[in-house]
Design a protein around this ligand. Structure first.
Ligand code: PEP
Ligand code: MN
Length: 337
């Protein structure tokens, strides 16, 4: 349910309604908008809850939230969420550009890539230090040493760091180095991990599971929001279908669909979404034309020698060209890039 306060409601009236909501055993999420304040009352509701909240002083109306997700819903918050993390700004007018290698491999590799990403106009550096790999025999990442190299790349370039956290126990460690915690596709429904990042101060990039529906993605985001962390970006990274020409199938309709359901920004990953570097620039351009709030793209100084995902990683030249193309499209559709 949402308790919509009158536009002239006083702070005392708002505070009183928060206490009332909590007294009914519900959690109160307060959203202060330009026009009005709303209190989303979330939890298991008892009979008569709506009626008892509706008579509160300063209350305009109490309405049910029809979506299964609540705080993520556009019904609760009409204004677009803008996620800010260091140099990265994603949402509303801003298109964020996150780029870097699949995984951190060496000091030279990550520093060289960071400088290129910065020079081409990127706004954040990606790079996995903890890698969730299909095979236990594949490279698992440089772990804390990788995080240290990412932090060094941030000092050198000023770029915000986006890196994956694969386990609940690692959240404090990764949070010490990262600006944005990435929840990988394989972990989208790891609810204890979602709660752990929901409890921390860092922004979160939540990737869609390859077999998850959009409602499941939004309910996964709800776990993070419910813990009080509202700096959440949703990422479409492709789903598994019968098609074999691409690694996954990248549904760009996710962008306008999510924009009609949620205020959270939507980021597209055309690298994992296609699995082929030769398809990435066109899909990146299409994503921006469709209204994406950000892109996350894999770039490597020498894709042939990459420890992981080299076949879908852009060379520096391809990345620089892609950025020019994306910038033109972003400006044509009225976005800052
Ligand atoms: C990645 O970003 O390198 C990654 C592992 O992505 P996903 O979780 O989408 O497979
Ligand atoms: Mn990858």
């Amino acid at each position: 349910m949402i308790v919509v306060m009158k536009s002239n409601a006083s702070k005392n009236q708002i505070d009183h309604m928060i206490t009332q909501v909590e007294g009914l055993g519900l959690k109160a999420h307060v959203i202060i908008g330009a026009e009005r304040t709303v209190i989303a009352a979330v939890g298991i509701k008892r009979d008569g809850t709506k009626e008892s909240l509706a008579i509160g002083d300063g209350v305009a109306e109490v309405v049910a939230i029809s979506a299964p997700y609540k705080v993520a819903s556009l019904e609760v918050k009409e204004e677009r969420t803008v996620v800010k993390a260091g140099s990265l700004q994603v949402g509303a007018t801003h298109v964020g550009m996150i780029a870097g290698p699949c995984c951190v491999e060496s000091e030279q590799q990550i520093l060289q890539t960071a400088k290129l990403v910065k020079a081409a106009g990127g706004t954040a550096l990606r790079g996995g230090a903890f890698k969730p790999r299909t095979s236990p025999y594949s490279f698992q990442g440089m772990k804390e040493e990788g995080l240290e190299l990412l932090a060094a790349a941030r000092s050198e370039t000023g770029l915000a760091i986006v890196t994956e956290v694969v386990a609940t126990d690692d959240v404090p460690l990764v949070s010490r180095y990262a600006d944005v915690l990435q929840i990988g596709a394989r972990n989208m429904q790891n609810y204890r991990l979602l709660e752990a990042v929901g409890n921390c101060e860092r922004a979160v990039l939540l990737k869609r599971g390859p077999s998850a529906t959009i409602d499941e993605l939004l309910l996964a985001a709800e776990y993070i929001l419910d813990r009080g962390n509202t700096n959440v970006m949703l990422c479409e990274r492709g789903i598994r279908t019968f098609e074999t020409h691409t690694r996954f199938t990248l549904p760009l309709a996710t962008v306008p669909y999510l924009h009609q359901k949620t205020h959270l920004p939507v980021v597209i990953d055309p690298s994992h979404g296609t699995g082929h570097s030769f398809l990435v620039p066109d899909m990146a351009a299409a994503a921006i034309a469709a209204g994406a709030d950000g892109l996350i793209v894999e770039v490597h100084p020498d894709p042939e020698k990459a420890f992981s995902d080299g076949y879908q990683s852009l060379s520096f030249d391809l990345f620089t060209n892609m950025m020019e193309q994306c910038r033109k499209i972003a400006h044509a559709v009225g976005r800052e890039f």
